[in-house]
Design a protein around this ligand. Structure first.
Ligand SMILES: [Zn+2]
Length: 269
């Protein structure tokens, strides 16, 4: 009896770690920036904190958490190195990844937003929101990247449109799952918190080439003391990486009714 029970549990575990087609579920985690491209930088006195180091630490912790769940993980960079935006998704496509997650940190120097803190998660789409546009412009401006002309980018976007429909709703589901999980893990009262900055859309070049559900998470503001404390402490990093890994697991188990309910209530701004 005991043996049968163990066998059934083992079998269920095996199903859990595989997709419907029997392939292992594979996630590509993309720590934003790297090398000479530091991303946003917080400087105060002797303190200097760069987005590229925070995203790498978070990505490595997320990878550990996912591996512990039997999910295969690849990082687009494991050191402080420069990786062009197209190479990041090209790697995910090459590996046939099921999910692509780009991790970034936000910041603001706008005096009206000095209190800004919290999490926002993006999917690739056009937007009319000025702040989302501004953020996308910042994240797209990578140093020494072989840049494409605006016309080339438009062509790329049109081509992407052809593939977008298939991935858009799944990207939204992934984004909603990650947003909800990260906000819950980093807020005392998740339902009423200003830390929930929502699921949004913008034209992030790093998501452009992805052939799978893909999202970009702005995991916090380097300009916010609270967010800095979270992303630089081992406890905060563990909380956040667990939250992202749990959200991926929830996304993977598509038939989870709770997840579907949350998805139906999740708005993209
Ligand atoms: Zn960034």
């Amino acid at each position: 009896m005991f043996k049968t029970h163990t066998w059934i549990l083992g079998f269920l575990g095996l199903i859990q770690a595989t997709t419907l087609y029997g392939q292992p579920f594979r996630v590509v985690i993309d720590p934003g920036h790297g090398g000479p491209d530091e991303g946003t930088v917080f400087v105060h006195g002797a303190t200097r904190l760069t987005e590229k180091e925070v995203t790498l630490q978070l990505a490595q912790r997320v990878a550990q958490q996912l591996l512990a769940q039997g999910i295969q993980v690849t990082l687009t960079r494991t050191t402080d190195q420069e990786v062009t935006l197209p190479r990041r998704t090209a790697l995910a496509n090459q590996l046939g990844a099921d999910v692509f997650i780009s991790i970034h940190m936000n910041s603001t120097h706008d005096s009206s937003l000095t209190e800004a803190e919290g999490v926002e998660t993006y999917i690739l789409n056009s937007t009319s929101d000025a702040l989302s546009k501004r953020l996308a412009r910042l994240e797209n401006s990578v140093i020494s990247q072989p840049t494409e002309s605006p016309e080339q980018m438009d062509v790329a976007l049109i081509l992407k449109d052809l593939r977008l429909d298939a991935n858009l709703s799944e990207s939204k589901r992934l984004a909603c799952s990650i947003q909800k999980s990260l906000v819950a893990a980093t807020s005392k009262r998740p339902l009423f918190t200003k830390r929930n900055r929502g699921v949004k859309q913008a034209l992030f070049h790093v998501l452009l080439g992805a052939d799978m559900p893909s999202i970009l998470v702005e995991a916090g503001f380097l300009s916010s003391p609270r967010d800095r404390a979270l992303v630089t402490s081992p406890e905060g990093q563990t909380k956040m990486s667990q939250a992202i890994a749990q959200a991926v697991a929830e996304f993977q188990h598509r038939k989870n009714m709770k997840s579907r309910f949350a998805f139906n209530r999740c708005k993209v701004n």
